[in-house]
Design a protein around this ligand. Sequence first.
Ligand code: C2E
Ligand code: CA
Ligand code: CA
Ligand code: CA
Length: 275
Amino acid sequence: ARREGKNGVQVFRSSLDVAVHGQLHLETRLRLALQQGGLHLHYQPQVDVRTGQLLGFEALVRWTDTQLGLVSPARFIPLAEEAGLIGELGAWVLNEACRQAAAWGLRVPIAVNVSALEVAQEDFTQQVHATLRRHGLDGGQLKLEVTERLTVQDLQRAARQLAQLQALGVQLSLDDFGTGQSSVSTLLQLPLNELKLDRSLITGLAESPIEQRVVSALISLGRSLNLSVVVEGVETPGQLQVLRDLGCGVVQGYLTGRPGPASMWTPHLNGPLPL
Ligand code: C2E
Ligand code: CA
Ligand code: CA
Ligand code: CA
């Protein structure tokens, strides 16, 4: 961008300036969305590999800004973390997901993504407990999907909070397992009920013997630790077939249902999913 400065001197905005400006603008818009109810949730089914039965939904936050259009959570979640907005955003997501689960009378858990920064907050357990009570849900009706991205001290604090939630029956899932965000070391440090294998591990599953062996080993790892294993990002029948052969229990992906608004799933809660 080129501008006329004082005395007619031309000021060129560096691309860094533009990036910083864009980031600030995004932050302002996100604050506004939080204040004005501009966020909503989509839900994606988690499905039993053998029976096709619905085992849960993952809630995924969506933001459509009037100026910026649809902004990906992969972009605005990290921004919310940096801008100190993640507490407010996370509280909204948790409340809305629990409200929807209660409105549906959902018998399977609703899974909510929580930022590691949130879990490390001293009052996190209290907040989750209060939200469950507000909507008359049992702990077992909620699952929290956690990723690493914590310092060691945070991880210890997070582990304590999560253990308290687990005692309430809340299920804990280690999200993005197999990526840099989520490692075997985290597995040793957090109380968990589930491992969620990242979709990057299965992109070539149908063709790649190496991917098959790695996924097979991770499924065994989960089983030997008494964790259920969910594989995300399943897009093709070929991937699904291999996962079935490897003894994977639960899948989630475009093949078995794209994320969509609650109204899209309401008619299908008690019958078979429209797969
Ligand atoms: P994630 O938790 O790993 O969620 C899975 C992402 O993969 C979602 O992207 C989902 O829409 C997408 N996905 C599902 N099935 C398929 C598939 O078959 N193929 C492909 N290519 N993608 C699939 P989304 O909704 O854009 O979310 C991106 C990330 O943003 C999430 O990754 C999660 O880390 C974060 N996120 C989303 N909602 C929330 C939230 O409410 N709170 C927090 N803290 N993070 C969230
Ligand atoms: Ca997730
Ligand atoms: Ca992932
Ligand atoms: Ca690490």
